[in-house]
Design a protein. Structure first.
Length: 89
């Protein structure tokens, strides 16, 4: 039996203007945000060639990351403050 997607992961979330500059206009689900971030990273060749798990921040990613290089695991943590649930006040 195929697994059903968690509806919480499909919920459209509001994005900060800094995040929208990279992934496009929101709202969009977190999974789509991460997918679009990776598309941007690959399109602009921002992975460290010596360690592909590290990502270099360009001018658009710097406001999201706050430093010049992050790991792919840090990336999701650093992007979280730029994503808000429209239902929570």
């Amino acid at each position: 039996m195929p697994r059903k997607a968690n509806p919480a992961l499909l919920k459209p979330l509001n994005l900060s203007p800094e995040l929208e500059a990279v992934v496009g206009k929101g709202p969009m689900p977190r999974s789509q945000v991460v997918k679009k971030l990776w598309e941007y990273i690959k399109k602009h060749d921002l992975q460290n060639p010596k360690n592909k798990r590290n990502i270099f921040a360009d001018d658009l990613l710097m406001p999201l990351f706050g430093k010049k290089e992050v790991t792919m695991f840090e990336m999701t943590k650093l992007v979280t403050p730029h994503i808000t649930d429209p239902d929570k006040k």
